[in-house]
Design a protein around this ligand. Structure first.
Ligand SMILES: [Zn+2]
Length: 411
C-alpha cells in the first residue's frame, strides 16, 4: 500500500492523503490568503472524508469538475457540513482564485454522495473502509482502510475527552499502520470542567455588572458546544452567524450527538439572531451573552458586535478557540488591539481566552497510541510532527513524520 501525503504533512490545513493513486482521504483547504490546496494533480477513483471542517473537506467540490466524478463517502453530518462550507466559500469568494470550484461542482455533491454510519464497512475503490467515531465534532470519523493485506487507520482529528456536544473516541480498531494527527502534541489541556467553570463565572460576572459578553466561536462544533454550556448553567444566550445553520442541520442528525435531549434543550434556551433592523446593535447594548462567528474575529456578525462593545471595560470578549497567528483574534489577545473590519481599534473591554479544544492533548494522543504499540505510526496534522515522532521513537514506537509530497510504502 502506497500512501502519498498531499497536504497536512508537517502542517495544519489542506489535509489530503492518497492511497495507491486511487483512494483519496480528505481534500481540505487552508483559508489564509492566498488559500492553500493539496499538492499535485489527483484523479481519484473514490474519496473518503473524515469530518466536516474546512481543512479536511473544503476543496472536495473541486474534484467534481471533470467528466469522471468519483463517489464521495462520508457520514451524514459530514455531508451536510461539507455543503454548508462549500456554499459559504462560494458566497465569499465564488468566481475568484480563492474558490477552487463552481456552483455546478457543488450541485454535483448530491449525485456522488454516499453516506455511512460508524462501524458499517463499505467498499470504496476496491478497499474495505470503516468509519469509527472520532469524538471531534458531530459525524467525525477515524477511517480504517484495508486492502485485504494491510490495514491503515487514518485518525483524522479526534478527542479523547468528553465534550458536551459529542462523546470521546473509544474505538481502537486493529491496524498495521496509523496516520495520527498531532495538533496538541506539546499541550496539556486544563481540565474541561475547570475551563467551563471559569468561563461561566466570567459570563455571569460581566452580565451582573451590567456588561455584554461577545463569545467568538467557530461555526462548526464550537458554537454548539458553547450553546450547550450556556444551557447547562442556565445562562441565556443569543446565537448569531453560520453556527445557526449548523444547529439546524444537526437537529436532523441527533444520533451523532452525545445527548439529543440536552441539544434540544440548548436550542430552546438560545435566541437566534437574523440581524435585521439593527437587531445586533440593540443586543450589544443589553446585558447579554452573544455567541457568534467568526471564531478568530476575521469576519461574520462579530464585526458588528465587537466594535459596539469594545470601548467599555465593563464588557468582555471571551475567545473560545485556537487563534491562528496573524488573525485579529490572536492580535487582540497579544496586544489588546486588533484590526476589526478594516479598522484598527484599541479594545478597553476585558479579553479572555478559554481552551475548549476538540483535539486530544499530549496525554490524549499518548493514551490513544498506546493501543498501537506494534503499528507503524505516521505523524501528521501538526506544527511539530517531526519532534513528536522523535519523542515517540524514544518510547519505543516505530514512528516517523512524512513530509509534504512524500510517498510511504506500507507492507
Ligand atoms: Zn477538525
Amino acid at each position: 500500500m502506497d500512501v502519498e501525503f498531499l497536504g497536512g504533512a508537517g502542517e495544519i490545513g489542506r489535509s489530503a492523503v492518497l492511497i495507491d493513486d486511487s483512494l483519496l482521504i480528505d481534500y481540505g483547504m487552508a483559508s489564509e490568503s492566498p488559500p492553500q490546496y493539496p499538492v499535485g494533480d489527483v484523479d481519484p477513483d473514490a474519496v473518503v472524508v473524515s469530518h466536516g471542517h474546512l481543512d479536511h473537506v473544503g476543496a472536495v467540490p473541486a474534484l467534481l469538475s471533470g467528466t469522471e466524478q468519483p463517489p464521495v463517502h462520508w457520514t451524514p453530518p459530514t455531508r451536510e457540513l461539507a455543503l454548508t462550507l462549500a456554499e459559504d466559500t462560494l458566497k465569499l469568494h465564488g468566481g475568484s482564485p480563492r474558490c477552487p470550484f463552481t456552483e455546478n461542482d457543488v450541485r454535483r455533491i448530491g449525485e456522488v454522495s454516499e453516506t455511512h454510519g460508524y462501524r458499517e464497512p463499505f467498499e470504496a475503490a476496491g478497499y474495505e473502509v470503516t468509519f469509527y467515531d472520532a469524538g471531534h465534532i458531530p459525524g467525525s470519523a477515524h477511517v480504517l482502510v484495508s486492502d485485504g493485506d494491510t490495514r491503515l487507520l487514518y485518525t483524522g482529528d479526534f478527542h479523547t475527552d468528553e465534550q458536551r456536544l459529542v462523546s470521546a473516541t473509544t474505538d481502537r480498531p486493529d491496524a498495521d499502520a496509523v496516520i495520527c494527527e498531532s495538533t496538541y502534541s506539546d499541550v496539556s489541556h486544563e481540565d474541561r470542567g475547570d475551563v467551563e467553570a471559569s468561563f461561566v463565572e466570567t459570563l455571569r460576572t460581566t452580565v451582573w455588572q451590567g456588561g455584554t459578553v461577545v463569545v467568538p466561536a467557530f461555526a462548526i462544533g464550537r458554537t454548539q458546544e458553547i450553546m450547550l454550556v450556556c444551557a447547562a448553567h442556565d445562562i441565556d444566550c443569543y446565537v448569531d452567524g453560520m453556527g445557526q445553520r449548523v444547529i439546524e442541520q444537526l437537529r436532523h442528525h441527533t444520533a451523532f450527538l452525545r445527548d439529543a435531549d440536552a441539544f434540544r434543550g440548548a436550542v430552546s434556551n438560545a435566541r437566534f439572531v437574523d440581524g435585521r433592523d439593527g437587531q445586533r446593535r440593540r443586543i450589544a447594548d443589553q446585558n447579554a451573552v452573544v455567541v457568534t462567528t467568526s471564531g478568530m474575529l476575521s469576519g461574520g456578525p462579530a464585526m458588528t458586535y465587537v466594535p459596539a462593545i469594545a470601548d467599555q471595560p465593563v464588557n468582555t470578549i471571551a475567545m473560545t478557540g485556537y487563534q491562528v497567528e496573524g488573525t485579529p483574534g490572536r492580535d487582540l489577545l497579544e496586544t489588546g488591539s486588533a484590526e476589526i473590519d478594516g479598522r484598527v481599534m484599541p479594545v478597553s473591554a476585558q479579553v479572555e481566552a478559554y481552551d475548549f479544544s476538540a483535539h486530544a492533548d499530549r496525554e490524549g494522543l499518548q493514551s490513544f497510541l498506546d493501543a498501537y504499540r506494534d503499528s507503524r505510526l505516521l505523524i501528521n496534522h501538526g506544527d511539530r510532527c517531526e519532534s513528536f515522532a522523535r519523542e515517540l521513537r524514544a518510547e519505543g514506537y516505530d514512528a516517523s513524520a512524512p513530509t509534504l509530497g512524500e510517498t510511504v510504502t506500507l507492507s
